[in-house]
Ligand binder design. Structure first.
Ligand SMILES: Nc1nc2c(ncn2[C@@H]2O[C@H](COP(=O)(O)OP(=O)(O)OP(=O)(O)O)[C@@H](O)[C@H]2O)c(=O)[nH]1
Ligand SMILES: [Mg+2]
Length: 430
């Protein structure tokens, strides 16, 4: 066991939540968000040793929960031997500092806890850079209070005393670091953009799996493609995108991607930092929104995902709602419809129907076209043999191909199509 793990295993936390009329739903705590907070704590490697909940008209500007409640929390911290307090609501940097001083232990809010989990989980270079960027952005306004939590990751930051001049040096240091991380990320992304262009040239439709954390996204990808992505019953198990090919039918092969799970109150810095990864969603030809139907809160969870899809500019992308864990489902009747399917990624139930729907979504509007390709585009013919139904190939002045293609392929091949299909007019072309 490393020193870090020993240290983390010891974290005993008191959870605190505040419900106030004047706070938005995003900022408020309730029973279910407190339960989720306990799951998050466990995922981060801590244990919950007590919970304090407070109802109040408005948060206290100084201590957030109010002096009296702070005293109560302090007592509980002492009695339970806790070394950390986690507040479900977002705290301002100064509230976080004041609380930490009054309680005598480290105080985190939900955003900081999620950041910590992401930091533990990120595996790829891009993932790590994104988390680090989000951490520094979170840290910058909090430097005065010195966030001991981060010291574990960045020994250099926390080991110095927070003297006034030192503080300025630290701020400058962090701003430089943020700048450097942005540049490194830019570099990584350029490489990825090139890969994406190559993938698009290959004309394979991209299907992205999205959904609330723990909904079963990785299990589904594993089940469909025989991949072996870890799928554990904990939050944010997957942080890095994995892509595999999947044969839907004789004429249709797709790329299927697993993505990072969403959660309520995802820290803003994190959404910002991960935006580039998540923007992959808007390049997808189809989204599979995996919903954990066995969770009584699936409606709320699905709404969070919907909202993030909009925020990421992917609301126009066609979507199939996949109600998962139907082997465990005991509640009301689930919605059903053309773009909805119930499955169990665990038992395999409903997967044929899902494949059919994916195929249908990508195949509908398939039509027979004649293409004329210059000889230097011979690769397209190979692609058509793999991805579409080729009926005839003539090698004359140019290569003439008659094939049945899906709408996605048609769009991409439009420059070569000589008959059978005219690209739809863009609204501004009239
Ligand atoms: N009963 C049942 N359990 C399932 C099903 N699908 C997934 N699970 C379980 O749900 C838990 C989470 O599954 P994952 O596939 O890791 O979920 P995920 O959406 O990838 O989660 P994150 O990567 O954390 O966002 C695991 O314990 C799975 O075994 C299902 O159809 N039925
Ligand atoms: Mg996963």
């Amino acid at each position: 066991m490393t020193e870090n793990e020993t240290k983390q295993a010891k974290n005993r936390a008191v959870l605190v939540g505040l419900n106030a009329h004047c706070l938005s739903a995003e900022e408020n705590a309730d029973d279910t968000s407190m339960e989720e907070l306990a799951d998050l704590l466990e995922t981060a490697g801590g244990v919950c040793v007590g919970t304090v909940f407070q109802n109040k008209d408005a948060p206290d500007p100084r201590t957030f929960i109010g002096e009296g409640k702070a005293a109560e929390v302090k007592e509980l911290v002492g009695a339970m031997g806790a070394d950390m307090v986690v507040v479900d609501n977002p705290l301002s940097p100064s509230q976080q500092r004041v609380l930490s001083e009054e309680l005598g232990v480290q105080v985190l809010d939900r955003a900081a806890l999620i950041l910590d989990i992401f930091a533990q989980r990120a595996r790829t270079r891009e993932g790590r850079l994104q988390v680090e960027l989000a951490q520094y952005q979170y840290l910058l306004p909090r430097l005065l209070g010195m966030w001991t939590h981060l010291e574990r990751q960045e020994g250099a930051i926390g080991t110095r005393g927070p003297g006034e001049t030192q503080l300025e040096t630290d701020r400058r240091h962090i701003r430089r670091k943020i700048q450097k991380l942005r540049e490194e990320l830019e570099q990584v992304r350029r490489v990825r953009a090139t890969q994406r262009t190559r993938r698009e040239k290959n004309e394979v439709p991209v299907v992205a799996i999205v959904g609330y954390t723990n909904a079963g996204k990785s299990t589904l990808l594993n089940r469909l493609t025989g991949a072996d992505i870890p799928a554990n019953n904990r939050l944010f198990d997957t942080l890095d995108t994995t892509t595999r090919t999947l044969e839907i039918s004789d004429t249709c092969t797709v790329l299927l991607s697993d993505t990072v799970g969403f959660i309520r109150k995802l820290p803003h810095h994190l959404v910002e930092a991960f935006k580039a990864t998540l923007e992959e969603l808007s390049y997808a030809d189809l989204l599979l929104h995996v919903i954990d139907a066995s969770n009584p809160l699936w409606r709320e969870q699905a709404a969070v995902v919907e909202q993030l899809i909009v925020e990421l500019g992917a609301e126009q992308t066609p979507r199939i709602d996949v109600f998962n864990k139907c082997d465990k489902f005991t509640g009301d009747i689930l919605p059903h419809g053309a773009d909805i399917v119930s499955i169990s990624a665990k038992t395999g139930q409903g997967l044929d129907e899902l494949l059919e729907k994916i195929g249908g979504r990508l195949d509908t509007g398939a039509c027979r076209v004649v293409l004329r390709l210059p000889y230097d585009q011979g690769g397209v013919v190979d692609m058509l043999h793999r991805q579409a139904k080729v009926e005839r190939v003539d090698y004359g002045e140019a290569i003439e191909v008659e094939a049945v293609c899906t709408p996605v392929q048609l769009g991409r091949l439009k420059d070569y199509i000589v008959s059978g299909w005219t690209p739809p007019k863009e609204p501004w072309e009239d």
